[in-house]
Design a protein around this ligand. Structure first.
Ligand code: NAD
Length: 483
């Protein structure tokens, strides 16, 4: 089985190094998790190939950094146009390798184009400063220069957006890029690389190194002194390993890691809004999302009403193959994800939780998991401290504001947090007190190109999106000019 596309050239099944396909001796299958059929067989590149990609990126940097910002901005905008022009094919590639509904895949591709266009504009405002004179005989000023070769290591759950948010920022600022996509979902990164060349991005500026076992390529990236920056999105466990590994060469690093988001619903909240947002915050992308609501804390006075309404909405969600337009929830990414959900549910049930919906896999063969709502959850259960990363909503009851604030912050993660209340003073109080990088207050609409996104505590370092995100990819140099 392949993927039916208007432009079959976009289904690139080799690596992409120095502007051309790079074959490996070994290959690996990419499965559609909805059907478990192979949709492509991709070159499995290794540490040597990563070295070639880094060398190509380092060579390309010597000229790419000398282009004017207008020239780079214009190429990035052309890349965005090509992404829009090919969005139907790109969405099919994304849905086929990841399983997500076509509507969500199309939304993600649209975000990629929109973000590149925004970078193209924002880069034109990346300026240094001329400082007040300290003496008549000297002028001091700052210039911003691209940091060099930037490596991007990205996860499977948003495999297009996670690549573009890094590679786009790197490339527009004058860095060159080596991307290592997830072994589950390399195809969309490769298609985006192909389009970058069609847009006129020069050879070596954007390289993609697919591989089945990431450690060898990851080690080569971390050890290379030519790689000046690593931008990683993925699990906290791997992020910590890479943080340590980059110490030897003292790379700049940004880390977007796992979350354990609280979702607090007070008794004065608008219940319709809170329930609609709860469905979005837990079941979007089948719950496989870092900002997913992991722990729903619901005030005792409205707990039963909230639970009933949420269970009712969840029972209406349609699960199926992402390529079927009626699908709202696709499959889990792999068997390990199903096993993790089952263990969390078993643990919760053994400690007193009750199931309002779902609670099991759909069948023994496929990777579909029934959308689930668990009630009577307790902090002693593993789901309280574990990133669930699936379509399982866990409801906890609370009575006091001080108690729920303590519980909401009772985690080493600090990515997203949500609060719902009709009292604006309480919303503000909570937004300030919740320990997370992004707060949704009566909203789960927390992504925008111009809004900084990132975690605190053990959810990460640095920010993506937002007015200052390009600063992650530049050095600020001070120049002191004697006259
Ligand atoms: P993961 O950490 O297993 O993998 C992420 C990437 O790291 C993949 O490309 C993988 O191949 C690579 N990798 C794994 N081991 C490596 C090693 N030893 N050296 C180099 N690279 C290695 O995470 P995942 O399962 O792909 O993604 C899910 C996780 O990502 C969740 O924890 C989720 O919360 C997190 N995530 C965070 C954000 C965010 O913005 N904070 C966004 C999306 C996903």
């Amino acid at each position: 089985m392949s993927i039916s596309l208007a432009n079959p050239e976009l289904l690139l099944q080799e690596g992409w190094i120095d502007g051309r396909p790079a074959s490996g001796e070994r290959r690996f299958d990419i499965l559609n998790p909805a059907t478990l059929e192979s949709v492509a067989t991709v070159s499995d590149l290794g540490a040597g190939d990563a070295g070639r990609a880094i060398a190509a990126a380092a060579e390309a940097f010597t000229t790419w950094k000398t282009l004017s910002m207008q020239e780079r901005s214009s190429l990035i905008a052309d890349w965005a146009t090509l992404i829009d022009d090919n969005s139907a094919d790109l969405a099919r590639i994304l849905s086929s390798e990841n399983g997500k509904p076509l509507s969500e895949a199309s939304g993600e591709i649209g975000q990629c184009a929109s973000l590149l266009r925004w970078y193209a504009q924002e880069a034109l405002r990346l300026t240094g400063a001329t400082l007040p004179w300290q003496s008549a005989g000297q002028r001091n000023f700052t210039i911003k220069q691209p940091i060099g070769v930037a490596a991007c290591i990205t996860p499977w759950n948003f495999p297009a957006a996670a690549v573009i948010v890094k590679a786009g920022a790197a490339i527009v600022t004058g860095c060159t890029c080596v991307a290592k996509p997830s072994e589950e979902t390399p195809l969309i990164a490769l298609a985006l690389a192909r389009l970058s060349k069609m847009a006129g991005v020069p050879d070596g500026v954007f390289n993609v190194v697919p591989c089945r076992n990431p450690a060898a390529v990851g080690d080569a990236i971390c050890a290379s002194p030519d790689v000046r920056m690593l931008s990683f999105t993925g699990s906290t466990k791997v992020g910590k390993q890479l943080y340590s590994a980059c110490g030897e060469t003292l790379k700049r690093i940004t880390l977007e890691l796992g979350g354990n988001a609280p979702f607090v619903v007070f008794d004065d909240a608008d219940l319709d809004t809170a329930v609609a947002c709860a469905v979005n915050a837990r079941f979007y992308n089948g719950g496989q999302i870092c900002v997913g609501a992991n722990r729903f804390f619901v005030h005792d006075a409205i707990y039963d009403a909230f639970a009933d309404r949420l269970a009712g909405k969840v029972s209406q969600l349609t699960i199926g193959n992402g390529l079927d337009p009626s699908t709202q929830i696709g499959p889990m990414i792999n068997r390990a994800a199903i096993g993790r959900l089952e263990r969390l549910i078993d643990d919760s049930m053994s400690k007193g939780a009750t199931i309002l919906n779902g609670g099991t896999r759909r069948d023994d063969e496929s990777l579909f998991f029934l959308p689930t709502v668990l009630s009577n959850m307790q902090p002693t259960m593993a789901a309280y401290t574990t990133e669930i990363f699936g379509p399982v909503a866990c409801l906890y009851r609370f009575e006091r504001e001080d108690d729920v604030l303590q519980k909401a912050n009772d985690t080493q993660a600090g990515l997203a947090a949500y609060v719902f209340s009709g009292n604006p003073r309480r919303l503000l109080r909570f937004s300030e007190a919740l320990e997370a990088g992004v707060i949704g207050a009566n909203s789960t609409n927390i992504f925008s190109n111009d809004l900084p996104f990132g975690g605190i505590k053990q959810s990460g370092l640095g920010r993506e999106h937002g007015l200052h995100c390009l600063d992650e990819y530049v050095e600020t140099k001070s120049v002191c000019l004697g006259l």
